[in-house]
Design a protein around this ligand. Structure first.
Ligand SMILES: Nc1ncnc2c1ncn2[C@@H]1O[C@H](COP(=O)(O)OP(=O)(O)OP(=O)(O)O)[C@@H](O)[C@H]1O
Length: 318
């Protein structure tokens, strides 16, 4: 695809590992961490890259950032070959790892940022404008002179995100950015990332086990398992393929027999409350009308499909 910012074709990465076969013997075996992987990401997209443990997510991101060399296939990021043009690529990408920091542990945040300015040769006006903007948006003002090791996880994450964005990267890779954060911090971070994408057009590739991150941020999801794509499409399509359902929760005025209406099926009854499942891509309106027409209803609510369930099914099938 001509206008893809990230182009991955038939990508392969194998590792040779020596496994004990009993006694002192070891036999070399080949692990296919990434196998026959293909996808494209156009500029400005927010993509969720998910899969079970050991699926090959980190290996893919390491190849995309040039840390690892592919053993086969084709890979271009912004027209560059990551492992060969790693320095050039570094100026165009930002990387954030939820589990470890790229900041200098003993230095105040401000000094870490200053070092990054020098490393990336960020022009002074760009640096100052970006720093001011992110410090304000991420509420870092009071923390600039605190050594990184004294920051809480949420504060450190905001520092790491600022560090990854000071040089105006076109692509931001985020690996478990909300891990360990409380609900409020997660929400603020997601809001910030949405705004970054909308205002700067930054392409986001998000690797996470937190599917709420995906639901909050990504229109598109790539699911990999055993190193290869098992799903690539909109989140809504993932729900559809997973055969997922929405649930209409009906509170009747009095207890009654299970409700019988076309297009929905009673899954549970507890006193006057009944849970009716219907296909996630169907409209709730005719079901709500049918229930209201035939029963005395005190209250109604709709529960959205459980994405965790959908993903679990997909992994189980793979
Ligand atoms: N340096 C390495 N040497 C040998 N095997 C490796 C190496 N790096 C990764 N692997 C193997 O490749 C496979 C994919 O690993 P990878 O770390 O990419 O998975 P992941 O999807 O990121 O998993 P997680 O969600 O647990 O982080 C695993 O089987 C892993 O053991």
């Amino acid at each position: 695809m001509a206008d893809s910012l990230i182009e991955v074709r038939d990508l392969e990465r194998t590792f040779t590992v020596r496994r004990r076969t009993g006694g002192l013997r070891r036999r070399a075996t080949t692990v296919h961490a990434v196998h026959d992987l293909s996808f494209d990401v156009p500029a400005g997209e927010m993509v969720g890259y998910i899969g079970p443990n050991g699926a090959g997510k980190s290996t893919t991101v390491k190849m995309l950032t040039g840390i690892l060399v592919p053993t086969g296939g084709h890979l271009r990021v912004g027209g560059l070959e990551p492992a060969v043009q790693r320095t050039e690529l570094a100026r165009r990408i930002g990387v954030v790892f939820g589990q470890r920091t790229t900041l200098w542990w003993d230095l105040p945040l401000r000094d870490s940022f200053e070092l990054l300015r020098k490393i990336y040769r960020i022009p002074e006006p760009t640096f100052r404008a970006n720093l001011d903007r992110f410090v304000e948006l991420l509420d870092l003002g009071d923390l600039l002179y605190t050594p990184v090791r004294q920051l809480s996880l949420g504060q450190r994450m905001r520092g790491d995100i600022t560090a990854a964005l000071l040089h105006d990267p076109e692509i931001l890779y985020l690996d478990e950015p909300t891990i360990g954060l409380d609900v409020i911090s997660k929400g603020r971070l997601r809001e910030f990332l949405r705004a970054l994408n909308a205002e700067n057009g930054t392409t986001l590739m998000l690797t996470t086990h937190d599917l709420q991150d995906i639901e909050a941020l990504c229109d598109r999801v790539i699911v990999i398992d055993h190193g290869t794509t098992v799903f690539d499409g909109p989140l809504a399509e993932l729900h559809r393929q997973g055969g997922s359902t929405r649930t209409l929760v009906v509170d009747l005025v009095d207890e009654a027999e299970p409700i019988s209406v076309p297009g929905a099926e009673v899954r549970r009854v507890e006193g006057p409350r009944q849970w009716l499942a219907f296909p996630a891509d169907a409209s709730a309106a005719p079901i709500v009308s049918a229930v209201a027409a035939s029963y005395d209803v005190a209250d109604l609510s709709i529960q959205e499909p459980d994405i965790e369930e959908v993903i679990r099914e997909l992994y189980a099938r793979g």
